[in-house]
Design a protein around this ligand. Structure first.
Ligand code: 13P
Ligand code: SF4
Length: 328
């Protein structure tokens, strides 16, 4: 028996072979006063149809400010959930409800609540890569773009819990000299990069700069010429004098890097799996043009957040936006 859409998590309907999906998406977007937001890790064709492409901080700002009635979020579930937390009156759609996040999953709310209770003097800073339930347990959220700014907002002697990414947490401890208590979570994509294969690539391309996301493990961070969020990495490749880069983050970002600097060379950093040349986030790559078209057509799948959780989660997200108004 064919599975129901509800069980699949996306609209499963054949579309005519000759349909021009880009044209149809544009038509529906206009009819429904919708905006399409896409993260840098999306497939190139999804980035190309978006009204706005960005990192998780920019996307949450856009979601808060948009005048559209419908937000179609081509990103992972926690990002769409953040849009709903900030814009409860808008319909927030995601083309595939299965687009989760290994990092967000590494922090279950019941366990985190117990952890928090055992450290009552600590303030809680959480990376936005968490569920709404975790945000509701936080004092302030952050993204990799503003994490340093958010943490430095607290007095030096304020004990802090940082969750869920242990790599970003370690990196921030090393930058600030703090000793934040770290939740033991990680992103499967960023932990999978092979230092050995990256160093082999560096030998083949000695002039190339290694650039990495702070979710990568410390040994890789230590050999990196630059560490930053997706938008910071993109900016670095535009402004730096190097003409080739080994890029240690999800490979979707290469699309914008190549478009912004067509004369430069971008080499994706490979994972431990010896057959792959780049590292994809399976969740980010679940969306495609057909699913976007069908989602706009049926206004489904929709992302919702229980109101009692949403109101508690809104406070730390808004605090993050307030504390990071000036770009770093
Ligand atoms: P950015 O905030 O740098 O866009 O990162 C989001 C993410 O999911 C990284 O894996
Ligand atoms: Fe989550 Fe990692 Fe995918 Fe980013 S790359 S969305 S942290 S699983």
């Amino acid at each position: 028996m064919k599975k129901k859409w509800k069980d699949l998590g996306y609209v499963d309907e054949p579309v005519p072979e000759k349909i021009d999906l880009v044209k149809e998406i544009r038509k529906l977007r206009e009819e429904k006063n919708a905006v399409i937001l896409a993260h840098f890790y999306q497939k190139p064709e999804v980035q190309d149809i978006a009204d706005f492409i960005g990192d998780s901080l920019d996307l949450s700002r856009k979601a808060a400010d948009t005048g559209a009635d419908v937000v179609l979020f081509a990103g992972v579930h926690f990002m769409a959930e953040t849009a709903k937390i900030l814009s409860p009156g808008k319909k927030v759609l995601i083309p595939d409800l299965n687009a989760g996040c290994s990092l967000a999953d590494s922090c279950p709310p019941d366990k985190f609540e117990m952890f928090k209770k055992t450290h009552p003097a600590h303030k809680v800073v959480t990376y936005v890569n968490t569920s709404a339930a975790i945000k509701a347990l936080s004092d302030v959220c952050c993204t990799s773009t503003n994490a340093l700014q958010i943490i430095e907002h607290f007095p030096k002697d304020q004990p802090l819990i940082f969750a869920p990414d242990r790599n970003l947490g370690q990196y921030l401890n090393s930058l600030t000299g703090r000793n934040m208590l770290l939740w033991d979570g990680a992103c499967l994509v960023h932990e999978e990069f092979s230092l050995e294969r990256i160093l082999e690539l560096k030998e083949e391309h000695p002039a190339a700069k290694i650039i990495s996301h702070p979710e990568c493990q410390q040994p890789l961070r230590l050999v990196s010429d630059f560490i930053g969020s997706t938008s910071a990495l993109l900016k670095f490749t535009q402004q730096d004098s190097a003409t080739s880069f080994i890029v240690a983050t999800e490979s979707g970002i290469l699309h914008q890097m190549q478009q912004a600097s067509p004369q430069k060379t971008f080499i994706p950093a490979p994972p431990n799996d010896s057959t792959c040349a780049c590292n994809d986030c399976e969740f980010m790559k679940m969306h495609d043009l057909k699913k976007i078209y069908l989602t706009l057509k049926y206004d489904w799948p929709e992302v919702t957040v229980k109101e009692n959780i949403r109101t508690r989660a809104e406070e730390p997200v808004r605090r993050m936006l307030d504390w990071s108004q000036t770009p770093q």
